[in-house]
Design a protein around this ligand. Sequence first.
Ligand code: ADP
Ligand code: ADP
Ligand code: MG
Length: 456
Amino acid sequence: MNIKRVFVANRGEIAVRIIRSCRALNIETVLGVSDADRNSLGAQLADRVICIGPPPSSGSYLNMRAIVAAALAAKADAVHPGYGFLAENAEFAAMCAENGLIFIGPSPDNIRQMGNKLEARSLAAQFGVPVAEGAPRIRTYAEALEAAERIGYPVLLKAAAGGGGRGIRIVRDGKDMQSAFESASAEAQAAFGDNTLFMERYIEKARHIEVQVLADTHGSVVHLGERDCSLQRRYQKVIEEAPAFGLSDDLREKIRQSAVTLAKNIGYRSAGTAEFIVDVERGTFYFLEMNTRIQVEHPVTEEITGRDIVRDQIRIAAGEPLGFTQEDVSFKGWAIECRINAESSVHNFRPSPGTITKWEPPAGPGIRLDTHSFEGYTVPPYYDSLLGKLIVHAESREAAIDGMLKALERFRCEGIETTVPFLKFVLNHPDYQNGLVTTRWLEQTAGQFMAQAQSS
Ligand code: ADP
Ligand code: ADP
Ligand code: MG
């Protein structure tokens, strides 16, 4: 293989995850760290560590020049961007290529096309993939009002450059349009440097279903099935599972094929995820966006397919053929992932950074923990609050829920607060157990949980 040394341009659990797959492939790793991450688990596991800048990510994990310079100095062949930070930055991918570094991900063109939701939507529509009724570009508040009249309330205002749930506003009534328009536009400008908005019909009873695809440089595209990521707070995923429950075979297959169609038609390579929204009442589905990177929730797919998606990303970047076909992909059992954050779930999920004084995670058959946390680790206040992801794989959904509850029960973490109490509440909830959830359910349930916690 032409990749012998990988520069890991990320932190936290995903840096550890990438290092593990490199090891399995006998690839050396160089981790770029900020000053705040010099003693991180990733730094302990990597073959070499280079400091790329100060704690704030603008000077380190988002500092393209410093990262490329460090990767070149370390004589790395390739750069893995993980998720977040520069993972979906076309300029960074191009800068790697210009400097002779293999970017472990798709082409800058694909990143650019899919990074703009307006362009992605119109490409999807062009290839026959359904998109929700909407208005392509909303420039003014007056245009927004006019579009909403045509589409019908409720509508969703969304940032074209959006990601991580930012720049999204639901509007149920014309009288709220002006403030929604202004705040979405300001949030998009602050988060992405681009205030372009568009509008979609808001689907009240919706599920978030996404499809993992893998595409090589030899024209093969396969899917690894779908995940349900309907459990979200502030449009951010909290609990994910694979496969998705309660979809008809026909709908499931159509969604999977739509993802493959899109990837094929844009000449995609690497791992990617096409996200869809399913209208539960109408039994229809619509393309939302394509994430051109490894996703936080990739482990649930790995558990039910037996594949190592990070390893596949590296092999694809090295120019190797996938080496298997769609017929070779089979699915076994059920997997659930819980994101565990350093947050106080009883206090409106406020961040809870600090030092972990006790760390005793559950372990055993069917339990996987992707984490960078350990006893004595100090969670820095500069980055997102993910402590780790607990993944349980079992033969059925029922057994996976049962296994997850038992695993959460055994989870001991002291010194900081975590979201484990909230996760237990959710997994115990009959609506969740019976699959009666939509994308708004978790937000309401978080309200119930906090009210209950405060009264007890
Ligand atoms: P995914 O789609 O991979 O499950 P999310 O939808 O939760 O991830 O978030 C989308 C992207 O935004 C991810 O790449 C994630 O790393 C990034 N992200 C989420 N929250 C934050 C944050 N607070 N700061 C920086 N990046 C974030
Ligand atoms: P981001 O880039 O921030 O991840 P997405 O377009 O993927 O933005 O949407 C994030 C979430 O917002 C979805 O998972 C879903 O819960 C909700 N959402 C997006 N579009 C719609 C829609 N048209 N109707 C209802 N909910 C939506
Ligand atoms: Mg999304």
